[in-house]
Design a protein around this ligand. Structure first.
Ligand SMILES: *Cc1c(COP(=O)(O)O)cnc(C)c1O
Length: 306
């Protein structure tokens, strides 16, 4: 995929009315085997894992996690053994794995299940040491893949977009904040970034983002805003309005958004444009971070909602 074709103009009446040029960066198309921001976040972690002589990746995630999907695929493609410690109960004998976990297993990931109490301890050094004693030496990736080494891979996105277009602002969905933090280090204080939180009460994310950029770039940046009004009830929550928006967006632009992150991002960006958030004449690049693998499990859980 040539980089020039990763940028798509979004012809939206609200953008025209407010004099904003809105573009979509299709990071979901960069690498079909490892799409989206989870691959960006893994890049330098996998190099570190190799460098440290590891053959195994161990990580944590929910049963529908894009990060679990990405680690399993990376393991298959790059020859790592992968272990996924999944929040929740082990499926009963004879019960099918959900589509995310079935694909992860097909990619060779060994799946183990942690109950609420155990999963809650996933960040504790003592708990991680117990898991390493259980499974053997491994490079440990946190839930969602966000750590200091996740940032440089996301920062590279800034230069890639910059080579294609002069922009005034980037917009991205926020879960843990690792991707936005990486973009901020790539921007290095120039231009603006907008993060749209995919979860409720996302105000805490600002300090997480600032801590991540502080640890990586030695400073917190203030050229960004965190939008916390577009979560639609919380993480993986939705409304009919959101699903209709996603469907109509696909009809208008031929692009499938995901229901957890990028649907909320584009809804939020268009709403912000309508409120005059971006200056007339500005170029805004929204980043499609992937996540479409979630739809299979979504349909299984909620029925054919799209
Ligand atoms: C994980 C994810 C995000 C959020 O990334 P963070 O670095 O956790 O903020 C955004 N979009 C998609 C599709 C994701 O899978």
């Amino acid at each position: 995929m040539p980089a020039s074709s990763l940028l798509q103009l979004l012809d939206e009446p609200v953008a025209a009315a407010h004099g904003v040029r809105l573009l979509l960066w299709r990071d979901d198309l960069v690498n079909p085997d490892l799409p989206g921001n989870k691959a960006r976040k893994l890049k330098y972690n996998l190099m570190a894992a190799r460098h440290q002589g590891h053959h195994t990746l161990l990580t944590f995630g929910g049963a529908y996690s894009n990060h679990i999907a990405a680690v399993a695929a990376a393991g298959r493609l790059l020859g790592f053994r992968t272990i996924g410690l999944i929040r929740g109960d082990e499926p009963a004998v004879g019960e099918n794995l959900n589509p995310t976990l079935a694909q992860a297993a097909a990619d060779g990931m060994e799946l183990h299940y942690l109950d609420r109490t155990a999963y809650h301890r996933r960040g504790e050094p003592a708990f991680i040491a117990e898991q390493l004693a259980r499974f053997g030496p491994a490079y440990v990736l946190p839930e969602g893949g966000t750590n200091a080494l996740a940032l440089p891979g996301c920062a590279e996105l800034v230069a890639e977009i910059r080579q294609q277009v002069d922009f005034d602002a980037l917009a991205v969905a926020v879960g843990t904040g690792g991707t936005l933090a990486g973009l901020l280090t790539g921007l290095a204080g120039q231009h603006h970034a907008v993060g749209v939180a995919a979860l409720k009460n996302g105000e805490f994310l600002r300090s997480e983002i600032d801590a991540l950029t502080q640890a990586t770039a030695g400073q917190a940046f203030d050229n960004y805003s965190l939008q916390t009004d577009y979560h639609f009830g919380g993480y993986a929550k939705y409304s009919a309005e959101l699903l209709v928006f996603i469907q109509q967006f696909q009809e208008r632009h031929g692009v499938l958004l995901d229901p957890i992150y990028t649907g909320k991002l584009l809804f939020g960006v268009l709403d912000l444009i309508g409120k005059g958030y971006f200056q007339r004449g500005s170029t805004v690049v929204a980043i499609h971070t992937g996540g479409q693998q979630a739809w299979a499990g979504w349909q299984e859980r909620f029925g054919s909602k799209r």
